[in-house]
Design a protein around this ligand. Structure first.
Ligand code: APR
Length: 228
């Protein structure tokens, strides 16, 4: 029976693909006011500003490729049952070939109805005021904004509860409930944390791999090889 590896990823895994992280120097939140572009209140106050912010990110996403870390996680499926739980709204895990992915914070290449949150549709072009769902409601980016519920958190908790190994890659562990997921892994589950500037992870036996995602994933594969 293949062991179950759960991989919790954040913006850091996509940094080497050319996508800015949020809180690093020159991060996305340096250039933009979070409350203006990533809250329902901000969208109400200035929808054009918010739509343009995500249009720019969606356009940029179409110019980048998965990096070796994304590819290595997809290849790991040969030996392990791998589930990716990502905070990222990019589709680089999908494009790398990973088959089991949960997006906690939404997806940039989808739009959602403001009148019916279940009405989610693929969306690759710019999104504008006047772009409506079938029921005539304005469409918005399918992104979980600050202060909004995280609909997939229950599913993610269940996934973590069946982890044989937990791998954390490129996240500052500052945003909840995602950062609390490691508390749901079974006792004594080995945890590996790949990040050049890792956050402190109190009272958990964590193997720190203080490297970039691409370098760190290589180290992880070697460590796992010795375990098989
Ligand atoms: N490889 C691995 N990790 C990296 C790299 C790299 N090349 N470059 C930076 N990092 C690490 C940083 O050290 C930091 O710990 O990636 C992390 C990025 O942290 P954040 O910018 O806070 O991103 P993230 O943790 O994913 O943010 C969580 O916050 O803004 C919201 O909804 C948004 O999903 C996002 C959530």
């Amino acid at each position: 029976m293949k062991q179950h590896i759960v991989v919790l990823t954040g913006a850091g895994i996509s940094a080497e693909s050319g996508i800015k992280t949020f809180r690093d120097a020159d991060g996305l939140w340096e250039g933009h006011d979070v409350m203006e572009v990533a809250t329902p209140e901000g969208f109400k106050k200035n929808p054009e500003l918010v739509l343009d912010f995500y249009n720019q990110r969606r356009r940029q996403l179409q110019t980048v490729l998965p990096n070796q870390a994304h590819l290595d996680l997809a290849a790991l499926e040969k030996t392990y049952n791998v589930t990716i739980v990502t905070q990222n709204v990019d589709d680089l895990h999908e494009r790398a070939g990973s088959s089991a992915i949960v997006h906690l914070h939404g997806e940039l290449r989808k739009a959602r109805s403001t009148g019916n949150p279940e009405a989610i549709t693929p969306w690759d072009q710019d999104l504008h005021l006047g772009d409506l769902c079938k029921q005539g409601y304005q469409l918005r980016p399918h992104i979980v904004w600050f202060g909004e519920d995280v609909p997939k958190i229950e599913a993610a908790i269940e996934i973590c509860q069946t982890a044989d190994i937990l791998v954390i890659i490129g996240t500052s562990m500052q945003v909840y409930p995602a950062a609390g997921l490691l508390d749901y892994t079974p006792k004594n589950t080995p945890i590996y944390y790949i990040d050049p500037k890792p956050a402190s992870v109190p009272n958990k036996a964590v193997t720190l791999i203080q490297k970039s995602a691409t370098e760190g994933t290589k180290v992880l594969l070697d460590l796992l090889k010795d375990k098989v």
